[in-house]
Ligand binder design. Sequence first.
Ligand SMILES: Cc1cc2nc3c(=O)[nH]c(=O)nc-3n(C[C@H](O)[C@H](O)[C@H](O)COP(=O)(O)O)c2cc1C
Length: 193
Amino acid sequence: MKRINLGPVNALYPSLTTIVGTEVDGKPNWITIAHVGILNHASGDIPQYLSIGLHRSHYSNKGIHGHGEFSINIPSQTMRAITDYAGLVSGSKVSKADLFEIERGELQHAPMILHCPLSMELRLKDTVILGHHEIFIGEIVNTYIHDTCLTDNKPDLEKIDPILFDMMKLDYWSLGKRTGKPWRDGQTLKVKT
Ligand SMILES: Cc1cc2nc3c(=O)[nH]c(=O)nc-3n(C[C@H](O)[C@H](O)[C@H](O)COP(=O)(O)O)c2cc1C
C-alpha cells in the first residue's frame, strides 16, 4: 500500500445534507446546505452553536443578514429530489417560497419545513467572511422532531434517515448500520491502573 498526496483537497465527507430556511423580501426561501458544522456541544443552559457556510452570491444570505434568524432542517431520503432542487435554483430567479409546508416556532423569520423529520430554529450569533463564503454561526433556540423519529425520547438517526453528501464524487448516500458506542468501544484499550 502506498499513500498518495492529493494536495489540499477537502476530503471531510460525508457531511449532512440540510435545507436552510430564511425569510427574504417577506417570503420564505430554502437553500440546500451540506457544509454545516457543530461548534460546541453543551447541555443545560449553555448555548449551542452550529455553523453553515454559504457562498456570498446566494439569495438566502440576504434573509440572514436582514433578520438575524434562520432554520436548519434535516430532510429524509424520501425528500431527496426536492432537497436537490432547492440547491439547484436560486430564489433570486425562481420563487421557492411554496416548496414546503411551513412550521413557525418561536422566531418570526426562521421558517421551518413541517415535512422534515427534524428542524432547528437559530438566532445569528456571528458571521465570518472567508473568501467568497460567509460562515453564519447560529445559536440553537429550539429543536423540533416528528414523534415517530424518537426512540427513548432521543432523535433516532435510523428513523430520520438523513441524506449524506459527498462533494468528491458528487453522490448522495444513506446511513449504514450502527457499529458501536462512542466513549465505550475504546475502554478495553485503557491501561488498567
Ligand atoms: C447537495 C447540495 C449541497 C449544497 N451545499 C452548499 C453549501 O454548503 N454552501 C453553499 O454555499 N451552497 C451549497 N449548495 C448550493 C446552493 O444550495 C444553491 O446554489 C442554491 O440554489 C442557492 O439558493 P438561493 O440563491 O435561493 O439562496 C448546495 C447544493 C446542493 C445540491
